[in-house]
Structure formats: C-alpha cells, structure tokens
Design a protein around this ligand. Structure first.
Ligand SMILES: [Zn+2]
Length: 98
C-alpha cells in the first residue's frame, strides 16, 4: 500500500509518496519529482541510505527546479556523506521499508 506523507518545499504543501506504482515512477526510476501535482514519489522497496538519498534527491529537485541533474547528484552525495560521518545513517529505523 502506498504511503503519503505531507511535506513542505519553499513554503508550499507537497506530498512525499512512497509507492511501487510504475505509472507514477516510471518503470526504472527510484524516485521522481512531479512538479505539476507537487509530489515527490519514492520507490517503496527502498530502504536505508537508498531511501534517504532518493528522498533528498527528489526533494532537492523540488526545491531547486532549475538545477542541473549533476548539481542535484553532487548535493545528494555530499549531504549523505555528512550524515554518514555524523552517524545519522546508522539508526535502526533507517533500515526498514517505509
Ligand atoms: Zn535527479
């Protein structure tokens, strides 16, 4: 079952949707930022760092709609590194599917 969690980007209400629906995600995407409906879709089977990184990635797309993919990937990677260095990716909750 999909799980929809409200979130905020630049003061607007968005939805963070954890789903397996390929009609929403596309057949091979781990996540997708859908500007028209203000939805960040995350593939539901992702866990741990993959889920966190994909959520950060799609949220960044929502926050910086004009940013190039390379910039989003670099920001995702560097933020994940920081969180990892701080031990924030080691918590047990991060290993469960949402
Ligand atoms: Zn991207």
């Amino acid at each position: 079952m999909d799980k929809a969690i409200p979130c905020e980007i630049r003061g607007s209400k968005w939805t963070c949707l954890f789903t397996s629906d390929n009609r929403i995600l596309g057949p091979s995407n781990l996540g997708r930022c859908i500007y028209d409906s203000q939805v960040i879709a995350i593939r539901k089977r992702l866990t741990g760092t993959d889920a966190i990184g994909t959520t950060i990635h799609e949220w960044l797309h929502g926050f910086f709609p004009d940013a190039r993919e390379e910039v989003i990937l670099q920001a995702e990677s560097e933020l994940l590194s920081l969180l990892d260095s701080l031990g924030m990716l080691a918590d047990e909750w991060a290993s469960d599917e949402i």
